[in-house]
Design a protein around this ligand. Structure first.
Ligand code: S0N
Length: 271
């Protein structure tokens, strides 16, 4: 039994902490954890907290209730141009959340029990890793309900499962069980439902033992290949971070402050 401690109270999500692990859990089980703009806003807030908080090393994304990870956008609040919240403005703010999951320099693990459907399926796709319970079911519904995700939901999915399979998933809107998802490389591991949280935490612990900078560099390296200029910016930002830690970089700004010429000659040149 893992003793999760609440980090912050929200309306639509649970946000909790255990030994360096943050858990963001969609808490709308009566709707199979479909998200409305408020849900996504809260997830974005929690992700931003995870980014800034040094004690948080790994993040788990999941859903409450054991029957659904997330069933995508809440169709009951879908309006003209997006999903409508209390401010009456149509939004597709889940796209912002997708980018945050990809760019946060910490590993995000999707822990999937039950349905991961539509925009909920894309959420697990953009996570670094996915651990599925045996009851997990995966699929896209866009062309059935009048929507599509032509961003990560199409292109990154195709990188994971291949072009033919990704097109099948979107064009047919079929559902795939956990074993089928494992066979197509869509998830990393399948476990019995009652072991899902325990195994997810075990994977977090294994990652937490590794060099955080190495993991950070790897995440941005994997992203750079697909994410174009934004991906290269992330990787380059991490390279700059590492360079800032060096005596060579420090010589640059110190010489400026000391009003002298920088002496870069003393630093090693590598082949
Ligand atoms: C998941 C399904 C297959 C489960 O079927 P099951 O087990 O028969 O349960 P149900 O009785 O259908 O559901 C139980 C209760 O939950 C409600 N519910 C389920 N899903 C949703 C939902 N997405 N929105 C609102 N309510 C939902 C049911 O209504 C039911 O409640 P009661 O008992 O009160 O009737 C099945 O539930 C299913 O197919 N669900 C819908 C899946 C779906 O189509 N999701 C939306 C897909 N689209 C997106 O997610 C778009 C995401 C997005 O924002 C986006 C992002 C980027 C670019 C574009 C878009 C875009 O908008 O397209």
């Amino acid at each position: 039994m893992i003793n999760w401690e609440t980090i912050k109270e929200y309306e639509d999500i649970k946000f909790s902490y255990f030994e360096g692990i943050a858990k963001i859990s969609i808490n709308r089980p009566e709707k199979h954890n479909a998200f409305r703009p408020q849900t996504v806003k809260e997830m974005i807030d929690a992700m931003a907290f995870c980014r800034e908080e040094p004690s948080i090393e790994v993040i788990i994304l999941t859903g409450e209730g054991g029957k659904a990870f997330c069933s995508g956008g809440d169709q009951s609040v879908r309006g003209h141009g997006g999903y409508i919240g209390d401010d009456h403005i149509p939004r597709l703010n889940v796209l912002d959340l997708q980018r945050m999951i990809r760019s946060i320099p910490k590993v995000v693990i999707a822990s999937v029990a039950g349905w991961a459907i539509g925009g909920g399926h894309v959420l697990h796709v953009v996570c670094d890793l996915t651990i599925a319970a045996e009851n997990a079911r995966f699929g896209q519904t866009g062309p059935k309900v009048g929507s599509f995700d032509g961003g990560f939901g199409a292109s990154y999915l195709a990188r994971i499962v291949g072009q033919k399979k990704a097109r099948e998933i979107w064009y047919l809107c079929d559902q795939y069980n956990a074993q089928e998802a494992l066979d197509m490389g869509l998830v990393n591991k399948v476990v019995p439902l009652e072991q899902l949280e325990e195994v997810t935490v075990e994977w977090c612990k294994k990652i937490q033992e590794k060099s955080p900078l190495a993991v950070r560099m790897l995440k941005s390296s994997f992203n750079a290949e697909l994410d174009g200029q934004a991906g290269i910016q992330e990787l380059a930002g991490n390279a700059t971070l590492l360079y800032y830690l060096s005596d060579e970089a420090k010589e640059g700004f110190r010489s400026f402050l000391e009003k002298r010429k920088p002496d870069f000659k003393k630093f090693p040149k590598f082949p």
